[in-house]
Design a protein around this ligand. Structure first.
Ligand code: CAA
Length: 261
C-alpha cells in the first residue's frame, strides 16, 4: 500500500482494509489535504479485490476533532462557495463496501460527521461525540444536521446542534447512534471493528453490497419504494452463483464457498 502523510493504511487481517487517521498533533483535524488522502485511500480499498470491508479509525485521544478550524478561519463566502468547500467529503458515503468507524476519544464536528458517514459505528467508552460548530459561529457542514436526525431523531439533534454540547459513548449507544460500546483498553475498539469487518468480508461480496445499498435506500425512499427496491435487489441476487452456492450449501449441510460472482 501507498505512503500517505496523514494516514496509515494497512490490511491487518485477510479481507479487511484499515485506515488510521494520523495527524495526532492536531487531534486529527480534517484539513483539505487530509481529506484528499482519505478519499484516495478509501477509493483504493473499495476497488481492491482482496478487501471485503473497511475500518476507519483515529487515535486513542481523538478519532477526529473536526474540520481544520485554522485552515477555515480566514476563508470568505466567495471562496467556500466557489470551491464547494467540503463537498468532496461526501465521497466517503458512496463506497460500495461497508466501512466501520472505530471511535476513541474526540469525535467532534466533522469528526462526528465522519463517523456518521460510515455504515456502522463502534465506540470505545472514552469516545466523546459532539457537533460544537455553533460555538464557532457556524453549523455542521459535513452532514451533521441531516445524518444525526436520521440516526437519533429531531429533538436530540436540535438540542445537540443548537447547544453544541458533547455527548458520551453511553448516550450514543442508548440513542442507537453507535451499534455498541466495546470494553475498555487501548486498541480494543479497533480490534473489535476489525473482527466485525473480517466477519463481513467472509460473506459473499455481491450480497453484502446489495445489503448496504438496500439499507441506505431507506434514508431516501418511501416505504413502498424502499420495499420495491429491496425486492428487486433480492430477486437480482438469484442471478448470482453465490445464491446457488449459499442455498445448496445449506441444503447439503456444508459451509458455502463464495466466489463473489
Ligand atoms: N482544527 C484545527 N486544529 C485543531 C482542532 C481543529 N478542529 N482541534 C484541535 N486542534 C489542535 C489545537 O489547536 C492544538 O494545536 P496546538 O498544539 O498547535 O495549539 C492541538 O490540536 C491540541 O488541541 P488542544 O490543545 O485544544 O487539546 P485539548 O485536549 O485542550 O482540547 C478539544 C481538545 C476539546 C478537542 C479541543 O481541541 C477542541 O475544542 N477542538 C475543536 C473542536 C471543534 O470545535 N470541532 C469542530 C470544528 S468545525 C467543523 O468540524 C465544521 C464541520 O461541520 C465540517
Amino acid at each position: 500500500t501507498k505512503e500517505y502523510e496523514y494516514l496509515i493504511v494497512s490490511k491487518p487481517v485477510k479481507g479487511v482494509g484499515l485506515i488510521t487517521l494520523n495527524r495526532p498533533k492536531a487531534l486529527n483535524a480534517l484539513s483539505s489535504p487530509l481529506f484528499i488522502e482519505l478519499n484516495q485511500a478509501a477509493a483504493e480499498l473499495d476497488a481492491d479485490h482482496d478487501v471485503g470491508a473497511l475500518v476507519l479509525t483515529g487515535g486513542e485521544r481523538a478519532f477526529a476533532a473536526g474540520a481544520d478550524i485554522k485552515e477555515m478561519k480566514d476563508k470568505t463566502f466567495a471562496e467556500v462557495y466557489q470551491t464547494r468547500f467540503l463537498e468532496n467529503w461526501g465521497h466517503l458515503a458512496k463506497l460500495r463496501k461497508p466501512i466501520i468507524a472505530a471511535v476513541s476519544g474526540y469525535a467532534l464536528g466533522g469528526g462526528c460527521e465522519l463517523a456518521l458517514m460510515c455504515d456502522i459505528i463502534l465506540a470505545s467508552p472514552t469516545a466523546i461525540f459532539g457537533q460544537p460548530e455553533i460555538n464557532l459561529g457556524v453549523i455542521p457542514g459535513g452532514g451533521g444536521t441531516q445524518r444525526l436526525i436520521r440516526a437519533i431523531g429531531k429533538s436530540r439533534t436540535m438540542e445537540l446542534v443548537l447547544t453544541g454540547r458533547n455527548f458520551s459513548a453511553a448516550e450514543a449507544e442508548t440513542w442507537g447512534l453507535v451499534s455498541c460500546v466495546v470494553g475498555e483498553g487501548e486498541g480494543e475498539v479497533v480490534k473489535e471493528a476489525v473482527k466485525m469487518a473480517s466477519r463481513i468480508a467472509s460473506k459473499g461480496r455481491l450480497a453484502v453490497q446489495a445489503g448496504k445499498e438496500a439499507v441506505n435506500a431507506a434514508y431516501e425512499l418511501t416505504l413502498t419504494e424502499g420495499l420495491g427496491f429491496e425486492r428487486q435487489l433480492f430477486h437480482g441476487l438469484f442471478a448470482t452463483k453465490d445464491q446457488k452456492e449459499g442455498m445448496s450449501a445449506f441444503a447439503e449441510k456444508r459451509k458455502p464457498t463464495w466466489t463473489h460472482s
